[in-house]
Each structure stands twice: as C-alpha cells, then as structure tokens.
Design a protein around this ligand. Structure first.
Ligand SMILES: *[C@@H]1O[C@H](CO)[C@@H](O)[C@H](O)[C@H]1NC(C)=O
Length: 647
C-alpha cells in the first residue's frame, strides 16, 4: 500500500533530481584551469596517501589511519631525484591529502605496454606490514592530471557504471578463514582523453582507471600471465618484487567540464528522497501541530490574563473578583517576575551561544557554497579551506553574539566574556585535535597534520580570529542589550515539583531525538564518506535536511519551554540549550553504533581516533543545536511575556 503510493512520486522526484544534478554540474567551478596536451606530452601522475577503504572480503572498514605513499615499508618505486611534495591548500592537508611526485611516465595518447620500474626487496617486517594493510583493505590513490585514478564499478541497482577513487593495494583469496594475501605489482593504467573541438593537438585527460594485478616474475618482467606475488613473512625470508605498468589511451566523448561526473555517483537517490520526504512530512506535521496548539493555547491564555487584569483594575474593591482572579491566574504568567532572571553560569552559556551562532552561520554558508559548486571535488580540500576561512572571518559574529547575549542575560564579568569567547570552544577543539594527532604521529600515519601546519593554524587563530572576535565583543557590549518586556522580582519564586517528563533528563531525551531524526539518513551517508573515503556530493539533500533540522529543533524546544513555564519552572535558559543540544548525544550514540556495525577496528589507536573525532563533531553539533534551541526559546519567551499586561 505504502510502496504503491511512493512509486509515482519517487519517479517524479528522481526526474527532479536529474534536472537538479545537471543544474549543479553547469556550476562546477574549474578547480584548476584545464590543461591541454599535444600527443606525446608528459602527463603528470602524482601519488596521494594510502587510505583504508572497505575490505573486499567483508565490506567492513578495518582501520582509520592512512599512510604516506613513500612510507619505507611499502617499498614503492621513487622518482630519480626523490619524491617531491606537490603544493596543496591548507584544507587539503587538514583532510589528509599528501600529494607527491612519482616515477610513472605517461605520454599523451601513446600506448605503452610493460614499462619497468624499480625492483624492491621486502624483508619479513615490511612483508608483514604490507600484508596486514592488504587484509585491512587499503587502497592506493593516484592523481593523473588532477583526476583520481579509480576503479570502474557497476551500481547493481541502477545498472550505471561509475568510478570510485582508489584501487586495491592487493587482494586476498576468498572464502577461507586464513586467506592468502597477494600483492599488486603491475598496473594497467587506462586513460581517457578528449579532443578539444576535434583538434588533434589539444588533448585533455577526462578519465583514469587503474587495473592492478599481481605477477610474480621469475626472470624477465614481461607482464605476461604469472602466478601472483606472495610477500613471505617467514623467518629470514626476503621477497624480491619487480614493478611494471602499461598505459592505454582511449578517445572519449566526455568533455573536460564534465569529467568529474562519473565520480559523483549518488548511490540510490530514492533512499535520499524517501527519507527526505519522510522527515519533511513528519517535521511539517509536527511544526504545524506545535504552532497551532501553541497559538490557540497562548491566545486563550493571553486573553484570559488580560481580561482578569481589566477586571482587577475596574473592580478594585470587589474582593470576590480579586479572589477569583488569583485563583484563575495560573500557568506561565505566574513566573513573569522570574522568567528573565539571570540564569546560573551566564558566562559559560553566553560563550557557548556566541560560538553556536558562529557555527550556525558557518554551516549555512558552507552548504550554500557547496550548492553553488564551490566544493566540487575538483577543488581539492576546498571544504577544509572554506571552513577555516569562514571560521576565521565569522569570529566577529561569535564575539558580538556572545557579548550581547551576556549583557542581556545580566552578566557582569565582561572582560572574561571577551577573553573566553574566542578561546574556550576553539581551544577545546584544537587541543582534542592535537591529542588525536599525537596518536597518528605515534603510528607514523600520514593523516597526522604536519607540525608546521599546526603552527599556521595557531597563527591564524591568534592573529586574525581572536582580534576579530574581540572587536565583535566590543561592539556587542556597546549595543543596547535586549530588554526584557517584564520586570524581574527581587525574590526568586519557589519552583513546584514537576512531572516526570519535564525533569531535565527525560525532557532532553525527548526533545533531542527529533532534530536527530531529521538528519539521520544524510548523516549515514556523510559518515560513510568520511570513513570510507567516498566522495560526498549530495549537498542539495544536505541543504534541505539542515533546514528541516533547524525547524524541528526550534519547534520542539519552544514546545518544551512552554510546558516548562506552564509548570511554573522558569529555568528555561539552560534547559532549552541542553535539550536541543541533546541531539548531539544521539549523533554520538549513532557514531558508536556505526563503530560496532560497520567498522572492525583492531587496535586501541583506531578506536581512540574514531571516538575522538566523533566526540569532537558531536561537541560542535551540541553547541550548534543548543544555540538554535536557546535563541528560538528566547524569542518565544519575549513574545509571550511581551503580549500580556502586567500591573
Ligand atoms: C591504445 O590502447 C587502447 C586500448 O587497448 C586502444 O583502444 C587504442 O586504439 C590504442 N591506441 C593506439 C594509438 O594504439
């Protein structure tokens, strides 16, 4: 029944998706200007770090650490004068790219078969290391003219072929408990090239596939059929391996502008649409219900309060009416003298809120940039660079919001507020990042951010970000604080005991799950793109999901605050922040479930890294959603107390 109803609409939606994807592809900004080659010109082949992907035997991820291509234990052939780093953007380095030159020589449009590279000797330690990486499903990442060398994969569901970046370091025999491990030492490099408007001397690279294979050469390295290479781990064992490659060029109709399309494969768009429509329906239903119920209740309340008020005023001597009024006067109006009382720890709250506002704007801008195609994967590392850039610039907003909120909440330690806003949250993030990096350093993994890059980040932070934040804070303190519409009483009111579901923990759990539900499916795809090194390119979905999440977050928090105030509990500030922020708790729990179900990390450092990064992301998300919850509640509280008359 349900599926029947979904079918036609999903067809429509896939159509819309197609149009959408074509629109976005028209927007690809050229990451680099196209390079045209003449036949025979040398085309660069650079190597990137060796990264783990899902292992072929069980589709699970076994590691989260990547290694330098020229890590000595791999014994890969080096160019004559030693490998050189190719310059990269900051974002690219932060996201784990380590691009270096290679000894491979590719001549445009010239097929070459069986070219020999170096010969390497694997002692048992190297052999053990490499075999372990093969078992864990590591993949090599090459870039030919900036295009990642991939494997061709057929999507079973849609029967379309696409390229998945990276190709296997080796392979294993299937279906045995103790599988044999084979090492790939021959590469068939298939490059597609395109003639620019039919001119034979303007050729561009538009597709790269590498088919690796394993050939154990006894005598000549002739690239014929040989038994596969096994790196022996026995005592005193040494395995000599010759590396060879062939290059085949084929002409293609794909234009340079669309050469990335094959890499940007959306797995099963129906799932995205289905989940999106699902959560959209839930969210809209929820929001409409919340607003209409709330509206009606509030209207009634406000009318009653104001009527009682006028009765009291008209009939001052009528004790019965006054008694009546006191009796009727219940609910959220009762706490009008306390609702704008300064919450506990206003400093911490306002610092979080400032940073939350900053994150909110950063996320919005980043997703918009992504929608416009700025983050197309042809701009390597553009995501990291843009986030760094926006973070630095928008410190100003963080400072402004933090100080103005602090002043409005009645805080007095304004110097501390100015100092903590640009230090506390970034400090937590940076020190966690630094600690996790120590783990990577200890494991000699290439994901470790180089020390100089760390220094650059600290420099940017203190030289640009902190002054901007201080300037924002100064303006925030100069600005008029947000005046509460009602006066606060001298003596705090007693808070009656609340029902179970309004207690802090249950209310947090209830409120947090809804925003999480709005982004759940998209989150799954983002996680698999982070940990399985897949390209994420569904920013349209992400944009809609983010919008839905904001609406849900605001709506449920406001509802909770209304109930809270009706129960005469006026501690709404921290409660709204924590309740909305709880969706980050669900995100973290989800990450842990993902760890158990999709990853099979062996070793402590892998697990520490994974949980560390997940905790970091969840923490940022906590501040983001918490701030959304707080500010929508603040607005709401202002509105309702602004619309009643209080003598
Ligand atoms: C190069 O090899 C490819 C694939 O085998 C083939 O289609 C193409 O015609 C060859 N080109 C030349 C110039 O021989």
């Amino acid at each position: 029944m349900k599926s029947k109803m979904v079918a036609p609409s999903s067809a429509l939606l896939s159509g819309a998706l197609l149009v959408l994807s074509q629109l976005t592809s028209a927007f690809y900004l050229p990451g680099v200007a196209p390079t045209s080659y003449k036949p025979g010109d040398l085309v660069s082949l650079n190597v990137n770090s060796v990264k783990p992907v899902a292992a072929q035997r069980d589709s699970l991820l076994h590691s989260v650490m990547s290694y330098d291509y020229y890590n000595e234990k791999f014994h890969f052939c080096q160019p004559e004068n030693g490998p050189q780093y190719v310059s990269e953007s900051l974002g690219s380095i932060l996201f784990g790219d380590r691009i270096m030159t290679s000894p491979f020589e590719l001549h445009m449009a010239q097929n070459e078969t069986c070219k020999q590279l170096c010969e390497a000797t694997y002692d048992r330690f190297s052999a053990h290391f490499v075999n372990k990486r093969i078992l864990k499903g590591y993949a090599l990442n090459w870039l030919v003219d900036g295009l990642p060398a991939g494997q061709q994969i057929v999507d079973e569901l849609t029967q379309t072929t696409f390229y998945s970046p990276g190709f296997a370091l080796g392979y294993t025999s299937i279906g045995e408990s103790d599988p044999e491990v084979f090492f790939n030492n021959h590469y068939d490099i298939l490059v597609e090239y395109h003639e620019v408007s039919g001119q034979a001397d303007q050729l561009r690279v538009v597709g790269v596939i590498v088919q690796p294979s394993s050939k154990s050469y006894d005598g000549d390295a002739d690239c014929g059929d040989h038994s596969p290479v096994v790196l022996s781990e026995g005592k005193e064992a040494e395995t000599r391996v010759k590396f060879t490659y062939s290059v085949y060029w084929t002409k293609s109709e794909t234009a340079w502008a669309t050469r990335w399309d094959k890499y940007l494969h959306v797995f099963d768009p129906k799932i995205h649409w289905f989940s999106l429509v699902n959560s959209a329906v839930v969210v809209i239903f929820l929001t409409v219900t919340v607003t209409s119920v709330l509206f009606r209740a509030l209207k009634k309340d406000i009318a009653r309060y104001n009527r009682l008020d006028s009765i009291n005023l008209e009939d001052l001597s009528g004790t019965s009416a006054l008694e009546d009024g006191v009796q009727e006067d219940s609910g959220w109006k009762l706490v009008h003298g306390d609702v704008f009382r300064t919450p506990s720890h206003p400093l911490l709250l306002s610092v979080f809120l400032g940073n939350g506002a900053q994150l909110f704007v950063i996320t919005g801008f980043t997703i918009c940039f992504a929608l416009l195609g700025f983050l197309s994967p042809s701009n390597r590392g553009s995501l990291g660079t843009i986030i760094m850039f926006l973070y630095t610039l928008l410190s100003f907003i963080g400072g402004y919001v933090s100080s103005r909120t602090y002043k409005s909440l009645g805080g007095e330690k304004w110097k501390l507020n100015i100092a903590l806003t640009p230090i506390l949250v970034p400090g937590i993030v940076f020190s966690t990042f630094f600690l996790l990096n120590l783990f990577l350093w200890a494991n000699n993994a290439s994901g470790a951010v180089p020390f100089t890059t760390m220094l650059v980040i600290i420099a940017i932070w203190f030289v640009i970000s902190v002054p901007l934040s201080v300037a924002g804070s100064w303006l925030g303190f100069r600005a008029r604080p947000v005046e509460p519409p009602v006066r606060t009483n001298q003596i705090p009111r007693q808070i009656p005991p609340t029902t179970t579901y309004l207690k802090p923990v249950p209310s947090m759990l209830l409120v947090g799950i809804l925003p999480f539900g709005a982004i759940f499916v998209e989150l799954y795809f983002i996680m698999s793109s982070i940990w399985f090194s897949k390209i994420y390119y569904m920013f349209g979905f992400l944009f809609l999901c983010y919008g839905l999440m904001i609406i849900t977050c605001a709506a449920v928090t406001v509802l909770m605050v209304y109930f809270l105030l009706c129960a005469e509990n006026y501690h709404w500030q921290w409660r709204s922040f924590l309740a909305a922020g709880m969706s980050a708790g669900y995100i973290f729990a989800n990450a842990l479930i993902y760890l158990v179900s999709k990853l099979q990390l062996s070793g402590v450092s892998g697990i520490v890294l994974y949980t560390g990064y997940s905790a970091l992301i969840s923490f940022l998300f906590f501040i983001l959603t918490g701030s959304i919850g707080f500010f929508s509640s603040w607005w709401f509280v202002h509105k309702i107390y602004g619309s009643i008359k209080i003598d």
